[in-house]
Design a protein around this ligand. Structure first.
Ligand code: AHM
Ligand code: MG
Length: 332
């Protein structure tokens, strides 16, 4: 059995210039995940369900557990000397922490808020960059806006039937399962690859009529292919990105959350949700796009930027792009 700690240490030894700083951040993300998992397991017993009575920067109602998860993760990051600052989906601005730290961390502490109160899996998503501002000074927004290709680590934690932590540092995707009795994440999914064909598709089509016509044509094509396929794809949509993504990663499937004609930027956030999931998808052999270009190439302009998001097996994403890529937004 290989623990997350051991796995990280073994990998670190393979890097000549490794100082252990990055590994310590990954280990602390594991610690934050264990703490959040502990509270989630007791959520309906410990009066931590329901709304807090505040709205976040996105204008959305903050759940008590959103707030708790953000506080726990933030505390863990503040105490890590290698973290120079962090940005959270739940915080309005970037949070400078240790000026001598070498890295910045971005996270969505509890994704899938609408599912918290009903016992449906939720997740944490994280993304790590090396800072570009000078060491010794407070971090700046530019440290967080380097773009998806500059990520040095990314992953998610799924609080489901088990608590799972999957991450990449650019050498494939590796997954760990929390052994609750030992309090350790154990390696259970080394070198994950997404199946080349889609078994599932996952999207909320309540606004299909407001999607760009090219995308509506793609959906019609998907349904038409399904009617004649020997193994038709099934719809699976949880409404927690981490849960939907995780299932599709292991089984093969398309996830999409497009924009609408009225709201072309979509709902999901580029930095906290888009970039990390896109990198994991690519590292597992799949493709990620905003419907026009590779998602990792989309420039980051502000920390709470939103993006349309399409993730899945390369062949399915290529097929989707054959409908959407060359249609300019103005002609829709
Ligand atoms: P949240 O950050 O407020 O939890 O919202 C993000 C979630 C994603 O996990 C999920 O993919 C999406 O919102 C579901 O949205 P919808 O209910 O519109 O289908
Ligand atoms: Mg979220």
């Amino acid at each position: 059995m290989i623990t997350l700690e051991q796995f990280i240490v073994d990998r670190q030894q393979e890097l000549a210039d490794a100082t252990g700083a990055f590994s310590k951040i990954l280990r602390d993300i594991g610690l934050g995940a264990k703490l959040i998992s502990f509270y989630l397991r007791r959520a309906s017993l410990a009066d931590v369900l329901g709304e807090l009575g505040l709205t976040n920067i996105q204008g959305e109602s903050v759940q008590k557990l959103d707030h708790l998860a953000n506080t726990l993760f933030s505390q863990v990051m503040r105490k890590n000397p290698h973290v120079a600052g962090f940005a959270s989906e739940e915080e309005e601005d970037i949070v400078p922490t240790n000026p001598n730290g070498k890295y910045v961390v971005l996270f969505d502490p509890l994704d899938g808020s609408s599912n918290i109160d009903v016992g449906v899996p939720v997740g944490t998503i994280f993304s790590i960059y090396q800072r570009v501002s000078p060491a010794g000074e407070p971090v700046q927004v530019a440290d967080f806006l380097q773009g998806g290709c500059a990520q040095v680590g990314a992953g998610y934690v799924l609080y489901g039937t088990s608590t799972l932590l999957f991450y990449t540092t650019g050498q494939g995707v590796h997954g760990f399962t929390l052994e609750p009795a030992a309090g350790e994440f154990l390696l259970t999914y080394p070198q994950v690859s997404m199946p080349a064909t889609s078994q599932y598709y996952s999207f909320n089509d309540n606004q299909l009529h407001e999607w760009e016509p090219a995308l509506q044509r793609y959906v019609a094509d998907l349904h038409a292919r399904n009617r004649t396929a020997s193994k038709p794809q099934s719809l699976r949509y949880v409404g927690s990105l981490v849960a939907d993504f995780h299932r599709n990663l292991l089984k093969g499937g398309l996830f999409m959350y497009p924009g609408t004609v009225k709201k072309p930027e979509g709902k999901l956030r580029l930095l906290y949700e888009g970039y990390p999931m896109a990198w994991l998808t690519e590292q597992a052999g799949g493709k990620a796009t905003n419907g026009k270009v590779a998602l990792l190439e989309v420039p980051a302009e502000k920390i709470h930027q939103r993006t349309p998001l399409f993730l899945g097996p390369a062949s399915e994403i290529d097929h989707l792009l054959s409908f959407t890529a060359n249609v300019s937004v103005e002609t829709l």
